[in-house]
Ligand binder design. Structure first.
Ligand code: AMP
Ligand code: MG
Length: 507
């Protein structure tokens, strides 16, 4: 049996915040995926039990020693509407381990059966969506973006009823924690302010220990969550990632990306890009993500307010609201700064002072506008800009029909690069190879392209063929390489595929 060195603070310290619960038995478990690199990071023994035993464990049939499975309570705004009681309807936290770097990590199942929070749902998950979570999570990790990660996927051997019967699976997810904005909303909606306070202290101990005991820790915590989200969403935007369902129950306190449901990477640059089949209004479209993050943070602020304001004392409420508002109003600037820092790296710029902000913002805005107007693939355009930095403009020119507009923009960019080189004390041209190299380390060639993801998932789900999934996974783990074997993974989807592409959540 695989041994986890569990230390379960959530179960131990937060009685009343969850329902202790057991996974549903799986009739015929089979291991589909196991992440041995992540297992090593978690301190699991290198000597692994047989795959059949791992399958029993990761399908939920045989719990590891020390696991205390529980379904967490949380609420959430879904597409703007508040649901006071969501919770883990198909997930169970098994416990926490301290990893090799000393970080506390949650180990949780997803798709392990009904819980007291399941409402009308079956508590189950299908193979396809769980493998999607593996691919996108590992891609995000390889891109250097904070994310939950998949440790294992086990097929259950039973079918789950969706529009069609689909093979079922359980995912084992590793997260810095599963605390969400919605966790706070749950207790404030119930008027359980003592529990709200307890939750805050727990969250601070876990994610912002430097704030423990500080008199201003409520707002300190709020500012820290906002800072993490500003950094995270900026990273999403700079790789063209669209989460698809940024409900407050899907926004973490830790700053990790969580819940890869109807998510996708943008192909052609399009601020309005949206792939989710249920997002009719485009609420969670690509360019809306920073605005939604800010909105979600305002909901967190509302939830925290009872901890700093006495409802019977108008002055104290006004003071707290003003302080929260200041943080929320600062968010767009914070996000923009993080975005620009990332964009400068993508442009190959290393030296920037605040005096360069306006020039650099305009430079990148015009670049993105050009890509949008010309419907250029976002990922490839940046990658080909790295080639241009190395002296080879042709690949980029092939992507952009309006050659004059591109040439005009390249002149501006090169002037800015020359200034950047001068600031480093380098002669014109001297820095080019280094710039190209640097740019290739931040502008990926391989992203999980939607048509490749679909191809991999349907082979696994429909034909029990894990080959395409494994190949794609290996490719997205090397996002910054561009070798002949990766060429097919760098190709954009045919336009017809992208136009009609939708992803589904809750499956
Ligand atoms: P999600 O869209 O995965 O973030 O889930 C939103 C809410 O719906 C959470 O409370 C989930 O636990 C719940 N949920 C999603 N799918 C199911 C399911 N198949 N059975 C029960 N609850 C579910
Ligand atoms: Mg969720």
């Amino acid at each position: 049996m695989l041994t986890f060195d569990f230390d379960n603070t959530y179960a131990r310290e937060l009685a009343g915040f969850y329902a202790a619960w057991k996974p549903a038995p799986a009739p015929a478990p089979r291991l589909m995926y196991f992440n041995s690199e992540l297992a090593a990071e978690l301190g699991l023994p290198a000597e692994l039990p047989a795959p059949s035993e791992l399958a029993q464990l990761f399908a939920g049939n045989r719990l590891p020693d020390g696991a205390e499975p529980l379904a967490q309570a949380y609420a959430g705004h879904q597409f703007g509407g508040f649901s006071p009681r969501l919770g883990d309807g198909r997930a169970l936290l098994l416990g926490e381990v301290i990893d090799r770097s000393g970080r506390r990590r949650d180990i949780a199942f997803k798709g392990s059966g009904r819980t007291p929070f399941s409402r009308g749902g079956d508590g189950k998950a299908a193979v396809g969506p769980m493998l999607r979570e593996v691919i996108i999570g590992e891609a995000m990790h390889a891109l250097g973006i904070p994310t939950t990660r998949a440790l294992a996927v086990a097929a259950t051997g039973e079918h789950v009823m969706r529009e069609l019967p689909l093979p079922g699976a359980v995912l084992t997810r590793v997260a810095a924690s599963h605390l969400r904005v919605g966790t706070f909303q749950y207790f404030v909606a119930r008027g359980e302010i003592d529990k709200l306070r307890q939750l805050l202290e727990y969250a601070i101990a876990r994610h912002d220990p430097a704030l423990a005991g500080a008199p201003d820790r409520v707002f300190g915590f709020f500012r820290a969550v906002a800072a993490r989200q500003a950094a995270l969403i900026a990273q999403w935007m700079n790789v063209g990632f669209i989460h698809g369902v940024m409900n407050t129950d899907n926004m973490t306190i830790s700053g990790e990306t969580i819940d890869y449901g109807p998510c996708a990477f943008m192909e052609a640059m399009n601020p309005g890009a949206v792939f989710s089949s249920i997002d009719h209004g485009g609420r969670y479209a690509y360019a809306n993500q920073p605005h939604v993050a800010r909105w979600n943070l305002a909901k967190l602020a509302e939830a925290l307010l009872p901890l700093v304001a006495d409802g019977d004392d108008k002055a104290s409420v006004d003071r707290a609201v003003a302080e929260a508002t200041a943080v929320i109003d600062a968010f767009p600037g914070q996000f923009a700064a993080a975005l620009l820092t990332g964009q400068r790296a993508k442009l190959g710029l290393t030296n920037a002072t605040p005096a360069d902000d306006a020039t650099d913002s305009a430079l990148v805005e015009d670049w993105l506008a050009l890509l949008e107007r010309e419907r250029v693939d976002f990922t490839l355009a940046w990658r080909r800009l790295a080639d241009a930095a190395g002296g080879s403009d042709a690949p980029l020119r092939m992507l952009v029909a309006d050659g004059d507009a591109l040439a005009a923009w390249l002149i501006r960019w090169r002037a800015r690069c020359a200034a950047d080189d001068a600031a480093s004390g380098m002669a014109v041209g001297e820095a080019s190879p280094a710039r190209a190299e640097r740019m290739r380390k931040v502008n990926p060639f391989v992203i999980p392209r939607n048509h490749r993801v679909e191809e991999a998932l349907s082979a696994a789900s429909d034909n029990d063929d894990l080959g395409p999934f494994e190949n794609l996974l290996a490719a997205v783990r090397r996002p910054f390489e561009e070798t002949p074997d990766l060429a097919t993974y760098g190709e954009p989807a045919p336009l017809a595929v992208t136009a009609g592409y939708q992803t589904f959540c809750g499956t």
